[in-house]
Design a protein around this ligand. Structure first.
Ligand SMILES: [Fe+2]
Length: 260
């Protein structure tokens, strides 16, 4: 069998707000710029993964805008739920979208749900961790790629770190038992970070809207452009992550924002 490497696009934290800026950024325009960039430059991707926190204001207009934008992308799409994705109906409908892929790969794509109803922080059920571990054992001939919404490593910015995945130590213990797990990607913290833990690599994605920073005592926004990740899963468990930033007509971040 011929094994092909996989190309994955991971975009996250759209925080769509209808007809208003969100802390200086027009999130409809910034999301649209990212989608256009993906359509033009990454139509060869095997999967596009939406990392959660899709809609900030919970309006019908924002939900409809999200649906109409993602229709432009003709690639199998996967979705993971963020703390802002509070509409059960919307999210369940999204996940009903059939993912048809004909790719033969020596990689397997898995996810971990960190959504905890009513909370901004993330939490993973122990039963989900058991299932994930069992699944990984049944895939012992594959390299594993895992995606989730919340982060497992602190950023050093206390206003952001209070919203981390609460049972992160337990999760890391489970993940370290997954022998072929190579890379874990998450959203939620609106910045690109890289960590290593027991041979596993953890990468976080920028937001398609407002950007945050590490090691900032006071809440403030970063000046970096909206962005997304391109992840190339290669032979023999090798991989590379590229962070792409996109310009466009979507305003600039507030200098002294109150909160988010
Ligand atoms: Fe989030």
């Amino acid at each position: 069998m011929i094994y092909k490497e996989l190309k994955i696009i991971f975009l996250s934290d759209m925080h769509l707000v209808y007809e208003k800026d969100f802390l200086g950024i027009n999130t409809f325009n910034s999301f649209s710029s990212i989608v256009d960039n993906i359509v033009i430059n990454h139509s060869d991707a095997d999967y596009v993964i939406f990392g959660g926190d899709l809609v900030q204001d919970q309006t019908t207009e924002s939900y409809n805008f999200f649906k109409s934008e993602i229709k432009k992308i003709n690639t199998p799409k996967l979705f993971i739920r963020g703390n802002h994705d509070i509409s059960d109906k919307f999210f369940i409908n999204l996940q009903k979208e059939k993912v048809i892929s004909s790719v033969n790969s020596n990689w397997e794509i898995l996810f971990l749900n960190t959504y905890s109803k009513g909370n901004i922080f993330g939490k993973v059920k122990e039963s989900d961790l058991d299932l994930l571990l069992k699944k990984s054992e049944s895939l012992s001939d594959k390299y594993l790629f895992l995606y989730m919404h919340h982060n497992l490593f602190i950023t050093g910015s206390p206003w952001l770190d209070i919203h981390i995945t609460r049972n992160k130590d337990k999760i890391l213990e489970f993940l370290s038992k997954m022998r072929n797990l190579k890379i874990v990607v998450n959203g939620h913290i609106h910045q690109e970070t890289k960590h290593q833990y027991k041979g596993i690599n953890f990468v976080s994605a920028p937001s398609t809207s407002i950007q945050f920073t590490s090691n900032e005592k006071k809440f403030r926004l970063d000046n970096k452009k909206p962005g997304f990740l391109e992840i190339n899963l290669q032979e023999e468990g090798r991989w590379e992550v590229l962070c792409h930033r996109v310009g466009g007509n979507f305003g600039s971040p507030e200098i002294n924002p109150k909160s988010y």
